[in-house]
Design a protein around this ligand. Structure first.
Ligand SMILES: Cc1ncc(COP(=O)(O)O)c(C=O)c1O
Length: 428
């Protein structure tokens, strides 16, 4: 006689073996008994440890989200203004699969420049995406379907989710050298040597600015060398631009790598995110674009981007697109945004200077020049995983075990305490 659990499983349309597994009678296994607990995301683990810590002076330097000088999350005034302008909108319908066209038109101008030739020639395929992660995911899926021979070249190290994204899309990954621990700077020689091994049509993931986690960006001259090599080797650039404006405070300057590649006539892909530079983290708003060879190619590529998006999430969310369109589409609001994003970048830059100053005042024997040379939200401090553990245990200061400090969590009030703790763990 069939057990009740199996019968119930069969009624749900499962095969007889699945139905047996579905049975909860205790004789057979549960359907989920082989599912293991997934490893914790390292950042979430840090947040949990931070929240459980009772020390009133504790610091969370793990999370990559901007904080003001009181360590509070910030909603930009320009976003508040845009919210008030779109409030009461009667439009709550679905967006098209590719999102809001007016939004993506404005986005690609921000990335490639108002007068960029590929835009004028209609050669840019673009869709609204679920922030930077969503753009990368679409690119990875696009590669899986349409560039099946292509490998993705990923810098070592990189934002850890890059690996998950291309792994899930079953695209073969190769690493290229990026960071040189001895100089705490760019390993340009290693980078060029590794990329020269790429095959024509391979895709190279480049952080457009404010490289995460190292804070190390190539100089304009180094970008030129990278672009030249990639052109020779017929490698396709994919820029992940999660921090435009947030790095230097200037949106054009932060897009200079892209502009160098444009000048050299590259076709390229680009992922944009408005999480950091507009503080729209939870709105999941970004843009995924590909510069193609012709307007016809752009049409075909864009239609396939939509074909990938449709079974994943059908269409992207409305609210963030309305906000960004309002801001980028209005000259006064755009200027106000430029000011505010500059303010955030400058606060971080000044915290870098203060941290370095304090460490040097403490006569710490290690060099700390890299703290001010690196750029963006993160400082790759160079301390060891054991020293990171000591910071957490002895000083309630939390960061990822690779020694990455989120400078967004450093303020005029806690910077001296951080410097003293760093001094202690690096000298004791
Ligand atoms: C390099 C890089 N790419 C992409 C992202 C994705 O961010 P989001 O999906 O929130 O836009 C991040 C976030 O930290 C990042 O650092």
């Amino acid at each position: 006689m069939l057990q009740r659990g199996i019968l119930s499983g069969l009624r749900r349309g499962l095969s007889s073996s699945q139905a047996a597994a579905f049975s909860t009678s205790g004789v057979s296994q549960s359907l989920f008994s082989d599912v293991q607990v997934a490893p914790k995301d390292p950042i979430l683990g840090i947040t949990e440890a931070f929240l459980a810590d009772q020390n009133s002076e504790k610091m969370n330097l793990g999370v990559g989200a901007y904080r003001d000088d009181d360590c509070k999350p910030v909603v930009l005034n320009v976003v508040r203004e845009a919210e008030s302008r779109i409030a009461g909108s009667n439009f709550m319908e679905y967006l098209p699969i590719g999102g809001m066209k007016a939004f993506s038109d404005l986005s690609v101008k921000l990335a490639f420049g108002e007068d960029a030739l590929p835009i004028q020639e209609g050669r840019v395929a673009a869709v609204q995406s679920l922030s930077g992660t969503g753009s990368c995911r679409l690119m990875a899926e696009f590669m899986h379907r349409y560039l099946p021979q292509a490998k993705i070249w990923i810098p070592k190290p990189t934002w850890s989710n890059h690996h998950n994204i291309w792994k899930d899309a079953q695209v073969q990954q190769e690493l290229y050298r990026y960071y040189k621990p001895e100089s705490r700077g760019l390993d340009q020689e290693g980078l060029l040597e590794d990329l020269s091994k790429g095959s024509p049509g391979d895709v190279v993931l480049l952080h457009a600015c404010a490289h995460n986690p190292t804070g190390v960006d190539p100089t304009p001259q180094q970008w030129k060398e990278i672009s030249k090599l990639m052109k020779e080797k017929q490698l396709f650039p994919f820029f992940d631009m999660a921090y435009q404006g947030f790095a230097s405070g200037d949106c054009t300057r932060d897009a200079q790598a892209i502009r160098v590649f444009l000048e050299d006539g590259h076709l390229m892909g680009c992922s944009q995110s408005y999480a950091k530079n507009m503080g729209l983290y939870g709105q999941r708003i970004g843009c995924f674009s590909i510069i193609t060879d012709s307007a016809d190619e752009a049409k075909a590529v864009e239609s396939q981007m939509k074909a990938i998006a449709r079974p994943m999430y059908s269409n992207p969310p409305l609210h963030g697109a309305l906000l960004v369109k309002e801001i980028l589409g209005n000259e006064a609001l755009k200027q106000q945004w430029y000011e505010e994003v500059r303010g955030m970048a400058e606060r971080i830059i000044s915290m870098r200077a203060l941290l370095r100053q304090h460490l040097e005042d403490l006569k710490n024997p290690l060099p700390w020049k890299h703290v001010t040379e690196q750029i963006g939200m993160f400082c790759f401090s160079g301390i060891s995983p054991e020293q990171v553990d000591r910071l957490a245990q002895d000083y309630s200061i939390y960061m990822t075990r690779n020694g990455r400090i989120s400078m967004a969590g450093v303020t005029t009030k806690n910077v001296s305490r951080l410097a003293e703790a760093l001094h202690k763990v690096t000298t004791d």
